[in-house]
Write a protein that binds this ligand. Structure first.
Ligand SMILES: [Zn+2]
Length: 320
């Protein structure tokens, strides 16, 4: 039986201290658990409920020359350092978004899928933690056809979302499914579009600028990153949030220097123009936005600063 000593006995007698030491259970050192990120962030938005989901991340060399390829490397490195970021390595995360309108469960982009494990491709797991199954998704909206956005449509070669219809940009679909994209730098995405988008073509609605996905969600042409890249206005009960897809790809590089060339952008000048136009709108209208590669939970605001913009991550504004 353990010997119980009061504080006075412990202080007075050295024998007491020895007894207390003997009585203490031998504790194993707590194991190291490894890094951990949040899987989801959910908030109510008007009548809608919006969940950002963490599909994972990639770790790459850079930001230069992926960002600022038309700049001097030291200027890009300097900007990273000024913003408390490493200058030679960076992380790019992936954040699909679920919008529950009350009538439909709408998923924007599908993550990397099982082809990109282990650091990414975790949408299904994040959805499960968020309380959803893939079968519950009514509508899948694709911002553009890059692998990190359409990769998760299939898992183990099978369509993951059994009951969903699809929405994609008309120009985007026409571009990637065209035989001209076979071979060369567009070949991999062309093949993936054939494998993941073509089988669901009959269930897909192809949108142009200004057309509705469902009531309260409207597509906006945001070309440049890809030839038919689409972004989306989401509105409920007078509240607005913008879903930007890949109009910007890095919360520092893309915002502070919107015109810097980005290797991920297919049409570099057009991508820069689209980026500035949208960032300007977000700053002027003071509305929140979510964008696929912003740091998780991938929701924030934009402020004008000098010739560019700065990212203001969301804190509690949307929780109240
Ligand atoms: Zn992307």
């Amino acid at each position: 039986m353990p010997i119980k000593l009061n504080r006075r006995q412990l202080i007075i007698g050295s024998s007491g201290l020895a007894a207390a030491t003997i009585a203490a259970p031998a504790l194993a050192k707590a194991p190291m658990m490894g890094g951990q990120r949040p899987n989801l962030y959910r908030f109510k938005f008007g009548k809608f409920e919006i969940t950002t989901l963490n599909d994972g991340a990639f770790y790459l060399n850079g930001p230069f020359p992926i960002f600022g390829a038309d700049q001097f490397p030291e200027d890009v490195e300097e900007l990273a350092k000024k913003n408390h970021l490493p200058s030679k390595r960076f992380e790019i995360g992936f954040a699909p978004v679920l919008v529950n309108t009350g009538k439909e469960l709408v998923l924007f982009d599908t993550g990397n899928g099982d082809r990109r494990n282990p650091t990414a491709g975790h949408l299904k797991r994040a959805m499960k933690i968020a309380g959803y199954t893939p079968d519950q998704v009514d509508v899948i909206v694709i911002s553009h056809y890059h692998a990190d956005h359409i990769g998760g449509i299939k898992e183990g070669g099978e369509i993951l979302f059994k009951n969903a219809r699809y929405v994609a940009g008309e120009a985007e679909n026409n571009f990637w499914l065209h035989p001209d994209q076979a071979g060369g730098s567009t070949d991999a995405t062309h093949k993936l579009a054939l494998a993941h988008m073509k089988p669901v073509a009959e269930k897909t609605t192809f949108l142009k600028d200004g057309q509705d996905v469902v009531s309260g969600i409207t597509a906006m042409a945001a070309f440049g990153h890809t030839p038919g890249h689409m972004a989306f206005h989401i509105e409920s009960e007078g509240k607005r949030i913008f879903l930007g897809g890949d109009f910007c790809n890095h919360y520092v590089m893309s915002l502070q220097n919107p015109e810097w060339h980005v290797s991920f952008d297919m049409e570099k000048d057009q991508a820069g123009k689209t980026r500035r136009k949208i960032l300007d709108m977000l700053a002027v209208d003071k509305i929140p936005f979510t964008s696929y590669h912003m740091p998780f939970p991938a929701v924030g605001y934009v402020e004008k600063k000098d010739e560019g913009f700065v990212y203001v991550p969301v804190s509690y504004q949307l929780n109240l």
